[in-house]
Design a protein around this ligand. Structure first.
Ligand SMILES: [Zn+2]
Length: 1171
């Protein structure tokens, strides 16, 4: 049946609310019911929008207020009201307005013995309770008592009414006052007992349905702390635990398990993490005068976190978009672009002549927040510092000033030309003035000992080579505050034991000496805690994992199992050991409690375990340290563990994780490095762990939003060896010391006659570590003008990584890029000839050194500082931006900028870029984007990568510019430097769900390969420049022939998790039940229309008819206060004064004589009672 048109519907509704003819009302109700049940929810919402709820409510009030309500009308009316009201968020308020709330309650009170009518009233009451004030009003009028009585413990029939009563009770508990009332009156205990009682009954569908409803009711109740306390005091958690265990054995009862588990999680008492303060144990005094970043609540945390709430951002979005469009226009005319060199597809931005009307249309909107003055907009894009300060960065571009006079004669480049370059020194850079640049120490240092590590030939990741990575240099004179750290007996012992047979002997230029290890200090690296021991994997080196490891298949109900174990802690506290076995703040408790216990340690670079508590024999709670000068950001972890027994399963729980979800729920495993394995010739980080699960726990932060909780990452594992020292980490570690060694190895490996490889110091961090910047390009063939000219005209590519220290995967990708660019792969050779690469491989060395997840020593996220970086607090960002601004100011804005990141909640590798058009599309803007021309060249790299790099996923790429990302590298470089191809590259910590790596976790090799592929894809941007190179054509046809199609916009995705829902509920929240209730209610109502229960009740009903009528009259009479009588009833004997109520008046008027007689006779019976 088609929905009636608006006029027809409105006429219908108007008749409904004004008519008192039962036949008319009934037929309208039937008609509406038929209309609505035939269609979808849309019809109901349409009806609501046309005033359907109001009409039904009025009709209900009209009918129910009559002295003898006609239940043939009232019942269908209540049913329809429940169905419609359930979908009308405002029905409670509307009902209050017309007085329908208490009327329904009184109707219920009259019909407690009449199951069918009671059920209808209960549904309507439940629906009204969507308004907290309606729920509160009902609570004040003893509704809780009336409803609770209907949840009879012994009911065997009328179970539909019982269910309706439980649901209505749950509705009433939406009001916290009712929750307190329920707790005070013992109804919480009552509900628990009822649950227990229903739970023990014969298994049938009804039992499950009612039990579920009771669980929901309890779930609502414990939103009030009084009710939660009542539940716990009454042993509710234990009861729920026992009954739920019983459910596990009975398939029919399984539907109860999940709601019961969620309820238990919710009522589990909240507690603080067992530490004295969430603030990091490491405090770093910031430069004087700097504002301490404390007490700043981070808004959006990551490239991967959800979008900011967009509700009220509309106007500023428009403003932002307008700005972006103008930036685009301006950059399209930017004389500094690389127009001539970029090939056909790289045509600079054109702006259609239709743009002005668009601008006008935006400008027309009355909004003070919008800036439509072009000059002002331009001003906003101006550099954040005076232009004359940019000159200092010339020293970082010495390749432009170098005359290469020594090209033919030199046999070895003195690579450490930093600061000594004649040209660089010649320009007045102002480093000393602000004391930011500190002299590069590492490269000029005379080595007292030779490097322990040797790079095996120059191989590219392409060729599947294996390199032993990053062996640190043995210690030099330690410049450290020699904090006395735990001695590594076991490592020393192991080194001693294996001394005669060092693995990879040929790789080492000096024999191993255990003393080097035990006394080792990460010499040049400055840590806040003054680490003097280096982690064994950094010292020894490690190889890429031997095999690609598949993602683990999640075991069914693993979360449930873990939560049961957690709940047992509360129920049986006596079974717990609860001994602190490691504490950064207080090392003393260790000695006495360590027998048979695992031992923990994290006092080394990138380590960050704060505390370990042995909970049960083989179960440990671990607490991560916050980022330095911060009270949060726990995600990355890295620690050492020893004292293990082989063949024993240990459970580890990291209990203060913060993100709402994690790839640990989708097949990802942590990584482990075993010293024993390394010494036996298998120096690999391996993925490890079973029963892995990530879920919200009952610990809450000392501060932070109310109701916020931490998350637990739990995993179990069996150690292979008993006498071993192992390292566990979130992901393959890559420390700052590793980077320094890697750069040194790389520098030594390149042929300096062919490759210009220069490592310089961008600046010093506030922690005193130098931030390296590397330049890679091809040396000119000669120092002739032509060759030098060609060099000077190469566009720049700027790559950065590791601004977020916990994202070690970004460093592995960067390592791949660096090695590829220094390799003799023909593509790499071509890239060096057509580009100059400026690479800042670690934007946040301090964060990496100190084991932070997200921030710098300032306690700030450096990737939110790009708009206005503070030179004292965020020097690396200040100078990275300075370098980019310098390039831009000299007409050398990079062709490509890319910042490498890691993504904790998605699979694959993908790019975020910037596009005005796509931002407009996805903002739902009404602006016709067809009229806006935009250079689509920003798609090229992603397109090429999707065909080149197995881990890359085009579908996950996005080019939407979000307000919350305004101060990230990607957006600032795009907007302020006019770099069209400005990207964030996100790499998963886990693996892929597509391509040849599908269902595999990525190892370091695959990450490095990704870095190589990213560079290779850059070739496609300048194919015209390389077409003449025959050798290259042979090797790189695939790269150069790739079709660059117009963008496929269907690929756009939001920033949310793209995982399918987990089989288990990851989060718990109040609306766990909501998804069930809509259709359930409809079907219950439909059953009530023609029910067998009803027939059972017939006899009873007939018997009681008189009483019901009397009740009804009593109700009316109780509010009577007027004795006016209609004209046409003159002569009839009137009952006692009746209300001045139009409805009753009319009811009287319309009564047949027969009814009248009945009424008067009834009233005469009632009257004495009233008296
Ligand atoms: Zn990041």
């Amino acid at each position: 049946m088609a929905a009636p048109n608006a006029d027809g519907l409105q006429a219908l509704l108007s008749t409904l609310q004004n008519s008192f003819e039962t036949k008319i009302i009934l037929s309208i109700i039937n008609l509406l019911d038929e209309l609505l049940s035939a269609g979808t929810d849309r019809r109901v919402h349409y009806l609501i929008s046309k005033g359907g709820s109001e009409a039904l409510l009025q009709a209900f009030v009209n009918t129910a207020s009559s002295i003898s309500p006609d239940y043939n009308v009232l019942l269908p009316l209540l049913h329809l009201l429940a169905k419609v009201g359930h979908r009308d968020r405002k029905v409670g308020e509307k009902a209050e307005k017309v007085g329908a709330v208490l009327l329904t309650l009184s109707l219920l009170k009259q019909n407690v013995e009449h199951a069918r009518r009671a059920a209808a009233c209960l549904w309507v009451l439940r629906v009204f309770c969507s308004s907290a004030s309606a729920a509160a009003l009902l609570g004040e009028n003893q509704c809780l008592d009336a409803v609770f009585k209907l949840i009879s413990p012994n009911a065997t029939k009328n179970t539909r009414t019982v269910k309706a009563a439980v649901d209505a009770f749950a509705g009433l508990l939406r009001s916290k006052a009712n929750g307190r009332r329920a707790a005070a009156k013992g109804y919480v205990s009552g509900l628990l007992r009822l649950y227990e009682d229903w739970h023990h009954r014969e298994v049938d569908h009804t039992r499950v349905t009612i039990c579920r409803a009771l669980l929901h009711c309890l779930n609502q109740a414990i939103n009030t702390s009084a009710a939660n306390a009542a539940l716990l005091a009454d042993g509710g958690l234990g009861l729920l635990f026992r009954t739920t265990q019983a459910c596990l054995d009975n398939e029919k009862l399984l539907p109860l398990v999940e709601p019961a588990v969620q309820l238990m999680r919710k009522c589990y008492p909240k507690s603080s993490i067992p530490i004295t303060s969430e603030w990091s144990t490491h405090v770093f005094p910031l430069p004087s005068g700097s504002p301490m970043a404390r007490n700043t609540v981070p808004e959006t945390q990551d490239e991967d976190l959800e979008e900011d709430n967009e509700d009220d951002n509309e106007s500023s979005n428009d403003h932002m978009l307008l700005r972006r469009m103008l930036v685009l226009i301006l950059s399209g005319n930017n004389p500094n672009g690389h127009k001539s060199e970029e090939g056909a597809q790289e045509t600079p931005t054109e702006v259609s002549s239709t743009l002005p009307p668009l601008l006008v249309s935006l400008g027309d909107r009355k909004d003070d927040d919008q800036e439509i003055n072009l000059d002002k907009l331009r001003a906003q894009s101006e550099p954040d510092r005076p232009c004359d300060q940019l000159g200092q960065y010339a020293r970082l571009c010495s390749e432009l000033h170098h005359d290469f006079q020594d090209l033919d004669s030199r046999s070895e480049r003195k690579a450490s030309a930093d600061g000594q370059d004649p040209v660089a020194n010649g320009c007045n850079f102002e480093a000393e003035k602000c004391n930011i640049f500190r002299p590069e120490s590492c490269l000029n240092e005379e080595r007292t000992l030779r490097s322990l590590c040797v790079l095996q030939e120059s191989q590219t990741p392409h060729e599947g080579s294996e390199k032993l990575c990053f062996l640190n240099e043995p210690p030099q004179a330690s410049g450290f505050h020699g904090s006395c750290l735990r001695k590594h007996d076991m490592v020393a012992k192991l080194l001693e034991k294996y001394r005669t047979h060092p693995p990879h002997h040929s790789l080492y230029s000096v024999p191993h000496d255990s003393h080097i290890y035990t006394g080792a200090a990460a010499t040049r690296t400055k840590s806040v805690a003054g680490y003097s021991v280096m982690a064994f994997p950094d010292y020894w080196g490690h190889l890429p994992p031997q095999i690609q490891e598949p993602m683990v298949v999640r075991q069914p109900n693993i979360q449930r199992k873990k939560i049961f174990e957690d709940i047992q802690r509360f129920i049986c506290p006596d079974e717990l050991i609860n001994k602190i076995v490691f504490d950064l703040e207080d090392p003393s408790p260790q000695a006495s409690d360590l027998s048979n216990s695992l031992q923990f340690f994290s006092g080394f670079e990138s380590g960050n375990l704060r505390k370990a508590i042995r909970v049960r024999r083989n179960e440990y709670d671990l607490i991560l340290n916050s980022d330095v000068n911060s009270s949060e950001n726990h995600q990355w972890f890295y620690f050492e563990v020893s004292g293990m027994e082989s063949a024993v399963c240990y459970r580890f729980n990291i209990i203060n994780c913060e993100k709402a979800n994690s790839q640990f729920n989708y097949g990802m495993q942590p990584v482990l490095f075993s010293v024993r394995e390394a010494l036996e010739g298998r120096p690999y980080w391996v993925r490890i762990g079973s029963e892995i699960c990530y879920y919200r726990n009952h610990y809450c932060p000392f501060q932070g939003p109310r109701g916020s909780s931490y998350y637990t990452l739990t995993f179990s594992m069996i150690f292979k060896h008993s006498e071993d020292v192992c390292y566990l980490a979130y992901h393959y570690p890559y420390t700052y010391s590793a980077l320094q060694n890697h750069l040194k190895i790389l520098q030594e490996s390149v042929d300096s006659r062919k490759i210009f490889f220069q490592q310089q110091t961008l600046c010093s961090t506030i922690g005193g570590n130098s931030c390296p910047v590397v330049t890679i390009t091809a040396c000119p063939t000669s120092h002739s003008w032509t060759h030098l000219h060609q060099l000077h005209n190469r566009p720049y590519v700027v790559l950065t990584a590791r601004v977020h220290p916990g994202e070690s995967n970004a460093s592995w990708v960067m390592k791949g890029s660096l090695e590829f660019l220094c390799s003799d792969d023909p593509v790499a050779e071509a890239l060096r000839e057509i580009y100059i690469f400026k690479i800042i491989p670690m934007l946040n060395p301090d964060g990496v050194v100190n084991g932070s997840s997200r921030c710098a020593l300032s306690g700030e996220d450096l990737n939110r500082q790009w708009k206005k970086p503070d030179p004292n607090l965020s020097p690396t960002i200040y100078h990275a931006k300075g370098l980019l601004s310098y390039l831009s100011s000299t007409g050398r804005s990079p062709l490509v900028f890319c910042d490498y990141h890691g993504h904790s909640r998605k699979k694959n590798v993908f790019l975020y870029g910037c596009s005005v058009k796509e931002t407009l599309w996805y903002s739902g803007s009404v602006i016709n984007t067809a009229t806006l021309k935009e250079d689509t060249g920003y798609h090229t790299i992603a397109k090429v990568l999707s065909q080149l790099a197995p881990a890359f996923s085009l579908n996950s790429c996005s080019y939407v510019v979000e307000k919350s990302r305004e101060s990230t590298a990607r957006v600032v470089v795009w907007r302020e430097m006019g770099v069209h191809r400005s990207y964030t590259m996100e790499s998963t910590y886990n693996g892929c769900n597509q391509g040849i790596y599908k269902d595999m976790q990525l190892g370091t090799r695959e990450l490095e390969e990704m870095g190589a592929h990213f560079c290779a894809s850059l070739l496609s941007l300048r194919r015209n420049s390389v077409l003449c190179n025959a050798k290259l054509m042979h090797h790189a046809t695939a790269l150069l022939d790739l079709e660059v199609n117009p963008p496929d916009h269907s690929s756009q995705k939001s920033f949310e998790d793209d995982e399918p829902p987990c089989s288990e509920t990851i989060e718990y929240c109040g609306n766990y039940y909501l998804k069930h209730s809509g259709d359930e209610l409809d079907s219950e109502i439909n059953d009530n229309v023609s029910s067998s229960e009803e027939e059972d009740e017939k006899d009873e009903e007939d018997d009681n008819d008189d009483d019901k009528e009397i009740d009804c009259l009593i109700r009316h009479c109780s509010v009577v206060n007027d004795n006016s009588c209609p004209e046409q009833n003159k002569g009839k004997t009137f009952p006692p004064p009746l209300p001045c109520n139009r409805n009753i008046e009319v009811a009287y008027t319309c009564m047949s004589d027969n009814s009248w007689t009945q009424l008067t006779s009834l009233l005469s019976r009632v009257y004495p009672i009233l008296k």
